[in-house]
Design a protein around this ligand. Sequence first.
Ligand code: GLA
Length: 411
Amino acid sequence: MISIITFIIGALCVLCCGLENGLARTPPMGWLSWERFRCNTDCLNDPDNCISEQLFQIMADLIVSEGYASVGYEYINIDDCWLERHRGNNGKLLSDHKRFPNGIKALSDYIHSRGLKFGIYEDYGNYTCAGYPGIIGYEKSDAEQFAEWNVDYVKLDGCYSLPSDMDKGYSEFGRYLNKTGKAMVYSCSWPVYQIYAGIQPNFSAIQTHCNLWRNYDDIQDSWSSVENIIDYYGNNQDAIAPNAGPGHWNDPDMLIVGNFGLSYEQAKTQFAMWAILAAPLLMSVDLRTIRPEFKEILLNRKIIAVDQDGLGIQGRRIYKHKGIEIWSKPISPVYQNFYSYSIVFINRRTDGTPSDISVTLKELGLLNSMGYRVEDLYENVDYGVLHPHTKIKVKVNPSGVVMLKAITQFY
Ligand code: GLA
């Protein structure tokens, strides 16, 4: 009896207090302005690259015309620096009148008219990180404003607030979003600010209230930044990985594939690893000028399918020794407790020559005696059906990866 009551109370609690907005059953995919375009507000001297309605319209057009929408990228998200420095007299948020002359609703309509979804940025604090008005004191009306603008995705940053207030503040704002009746993906920076303040985040609350959340530093346009993030997720995987699942994801930050800082091999590594981590795939790149080989990485359907796998299990580092790492993510189909897997081999050595890695499937934890159909996800190599005792050998370029998929066999 007690357990039935507990169950009912639990269910009611999720209904009334938790997020459960039914969104982000797989990690969100789209485009986000921050890493590439930052807080460039100088439309006078740099009209093509400043944060303006035109930039988001152009990116929305390209997401559709260049084939990104057809492989799953759907959110066009504004980051910081879209606001006027002050709220209106009625306390409402105002978008910068010069850079967004038609207002946010018009931009939202434009993006929706392209069959895409629209995301916006705010901050649980007195100011956004770049110093624009934050939501504190206006939580309810800002949530309602976002719903009126038909916003589909809200990134809520955490500058200029107390990390100790965030358990209350982030969950409260999530409830206000829910109460509007307009379903909005809720991206939180709640844990990262708490971690930096030495507070142990309450991940069960975070995954109840947020669809995704940042754990670690902002990504920068460099290989060392990507490596740091990969290391963070590997070194802390026992605490982090179990929190991911359909509706709630860890967010290692944007994809920088196609920008200035990563070589071709390194860009392949970021994309493969973000898929293994079941990460949101938010490109921050200039889609007008991206080179074809980088575009091809972002459009790789087989790797996107690993990221978007319906089981929603975040992958883990299963081997790390002398600059070689192996990462593994259980994916569907599953047959009698035997998962299928995607495996990534990374070579982080700098001795300049590809490294050979030889390993049996069994050593990778692939134990189904009926075997696995193995294919390479970047190179279109089909290895056929291999068995647990089979040794596979891959050649991995420096700072690059080999990414495989091993589908468990049924008979
Ligand atoms: C923080 C966030 C970034 C970006 C900037 C904007 O640093 O982590 O992702 O949103 O603020 O100012």
